[in-house]
Design a protein around this ligand. Structure first.
Ligand SMILES: [Zn+2]
Length: 122
């Protein structure tokens, strides 16, 4: 297991935790808000509304972040570590690989003619 794979595991784990936490905070916050509003002149009601509002905000921020991170983590695992650390553009990584625009065959570094269809590269 290389360091990128470890990071992926962490990333996906943390982002799933963030999505779950965010959802719980959102639901809990809404419940607190709804139950606090009728009691609003009382300190308990105000505290409930303030705390509920903070929970809703936390949920609204952490859920999209979690989804984004999970997406990034899953995208990294989909390429099976072909994105090498600090070496993304080199060594035939899939990221910067150019393709023949006629047949779609992968174009290797320094190649002037397509190895499949013979089309000249500009
Ligand atoms: Zn070609």
């Amino acid at each position: 297991m290389n360091s990128i794979q470890k990071q992926k595991g962490w990333l996906v784990g943390i982002s799933i935790a963030m999505i779950v936490l965010g959802a719980v905070a959102l639901v809990g916050g809404i419940i607190l808000l709804v139950s606090g509003i009728p009691a609003i002149p009382a300190v308990a009601g105000i505290l409930k509304v303030v705390f509920g509002g903070l929970l809703v905000l936390f949920g609204l921020v952490s859920m999209p972040l979690g989804i984004r991170w999970a997406w990034v983590g899953l995208a990294l695992s989909a390429t099976k570590g072909s994105i090498k650390q600090g070496n993304i553009a080199k060594e035939g990584g899939t990221v910067n690989m150019k393709k023949c625009d006629k047949c779609g065959t992968e174009r290797k570094e320094g190649e002037e003619v397509c190895s499949n269809c013979g089309k000249k590269f500009e």
